[in-house]
Ligand binder design. Structure first.
Ligand code: HEM
Length: 169
């Protein structure tokens, strides 16, 4: 397909959607997120040695949570939570709160449909314009090193990810 993809066409590409969902699971751009409790509250789970007890939170306390950690949790994703596998989305249906690339609740991202669409569109356009995109390894190494991320307020690749793009003739 050479024509510019339409939203309707993009919506039908399940593998593309699963690839984006899986990449947002493992390499979500928001490394950490923060909330401040407006009132005294009880979080139903997360406390105790097994993380299954309630935690009390006082008004004004800051809660920092890791989106990256949450979305790689083996208890919710599965034993292969650290493996990038778009095919998991054929069967894996995350429960409310186990996968939140656009957050949840009243402050969730209002640009989520547009944001997902933009990524899908750019991926299709890259595949249309280039015959091959070859990974050259991380930061110029021999290509054997594993992908590493740097978790900050915004998550980034720890070292440059270099690729060779070969344009279509
Ligand atoms: C893949 C792309 C995007 C991702 C991963 C993303 C993710 C997020 C997340 C996680 C939040 C919640 C932040 C928090 O809890 O404090 C958020 C909020 C927000 N996003 Fe996005 N976003 C994306 C694209 C966009 C786009 C394209 C727009 C606008 C066109 C947008 C506009 C906003 C706005 C205005 C908020 C603040 C909402 C509020 O606080 O009420 N985002 N986004």
């Amino acid at each position: 397909m050479d024509a510019i993809p339409t939203p309707d066409q993009l919506r039908k590409l399940d593998l593309l959607a699963n690839t984006v969902k899986e990449s947002m699971r493992m390499y979500h751009p928001l490394g950490l997120n923060i909330r401040e409790a407006r009132t005294d509250a009880i979080l139903p789970v997360g406390g105790g040695p097994a993380g299954k007890d309630a935690i009390s939170v006082s008004a004004g306390q800051m809660i920092v949570y890791s989106v990256a950690g949450l979305q790689r949790n083996k208890a919710t994703v599965g034993a292969d939570a650290n493996v990038w596998d778009p095919a998991r989305w054929d069967t894996w249906k995350p429960k409310y709160g186990d996968y939140l690339p656009f957050s949840i609740g009243p402050r969730q991202c209002p640009g989520r449909v547009f944001g997902r669409f933009q990524i899908q569109y750019i991926l299709v356009r890259l595949l249309q314009e280039f015959d091959s995109i070859e990974w050259c390894g991380l930061g110029g190494d021999d290509g054997t090193e594993e992908m590493k991320i740097k978790v900050e307020l915004n998550l980034k690749c720890a070292v440059p990810v270099l690729c060779n793009f070969t344009a279509r003739c």
